[in-house]
Ligand binder design. Structure first.
Ligand code: PXP
Length: 250
């Protein structure tokens, strides 16, 4: 059966704009409420070690203020574990983090970090939090994610989206096939399969045709579109694109 794909809206960059001036506006919680009203199925926020966009109090206010699941993206550090245990989001998505990067540039090294991730994942699950791992769409990390006890994998779509944007048709097609194969491996391993990073209307529509994907997490593109058409309309248009992609598969 083909089901409707969930849209998680990442509101990090509302906080980026707010922090550019140091005040309270625009408020990421207001954006989250508006996103939900427009049809978002969940809200995603990344509390980075350097707090460059979302801050601790934003996470607490999001958890208290929204009616849909909160997906808390974070690095696997003791500080973040403590905050997650306190906030108790619906899910935590573990991502790699480097201070000097502009955004999350690759998947988590689940094989190299297995000894750290295994107890970390167990601690989050013991706190009643679902655990997602942001990884590359390859068999080895996917199987390791399952072995480590993750509930969800989020496949990194950045390389594919970048190739599409750059007009590199062959590379884009190869990356799409890699994502498709990864989604199959993940679903067969019993994992819930999500995707995110760099998705826009076009790429989200195409990827939604792969039935194993259950959720997309999308931020930067939607916030950019919101400047021109407003956040509600950007989310509605994304919703329609994802539904069209999913229905085209039937
Ligand atoms: N998923 C994960 C794990 C991410 O780290 C990000 C970026 O913060 C996203 C999804 C959203 O990516 P984008 O902002 O490019 O839509």
């Amino acid at each position: 059966m083909t089901t409707r794909i969930r849209l998680g809206v990442n509101i990090d960059h509302v906080a980026t704009v707010r922090n550019a001036r140091g005040g309270a506006r625009p408020d990421p919680v207001r954006a989250a409420l508006l996103a939900i009203e427009a049809g978002a199925d969940g809200i995603t926020a990344h509390l980075r070690e350097d707090r460059r966009h979302i801050r601790d109090e934003d996470m607490a206010r999001l958890k208290a203020g929204i009616s849909k699941p909160l997906n808390y993206e974070m690095a696997a550090t003791p500080e973040m574990l403590e905050i997650a245990r306190r906030i108790r989001p619906h899910a935590c998505c573990l991502v790699p983090e480097k201070r000097e990067e502009r955004t999350t540039e690759g998947g988590l090294d689940v094989v190299g970090q297995a000894a750290v991730l295994r107890p970390f994942i167990a601690d989050l699950k013991a706190a009643g939090i679902r655990v997602s791992l942001f990884i590359e769409p390859d068999r080895t990390p996917i199987e390791m994610a399952r072995e480590l006890g993750a509930d969800i994998i989020e496949l990194h779509t950045g390389t594919w989206c970048h190739a599409v944007e750059a007009g590199q048709a062959d590379k884009a097609e190869a990356e799409f096939q890699r994502l498709k194969a990864g989604a199959t491996v993940g679903a067969e391993a019993g994992l819930e399969v999500h995707a995110g990073h760099g998705l826009d209307y076009e790429t989200a529509e195409r990827l939604a045709s792969v039935p194993e994907f259950v959720e997309f997490n999308i931020g930067h593109f939607l916030m950019g579109e919101a400047i021109f058409v407003g956040l509600s309309e950007a989310i509605l248009t994304m919703r329609v694109a994802m539904d069209r992609g999913r229905n085209a598969h039937r």
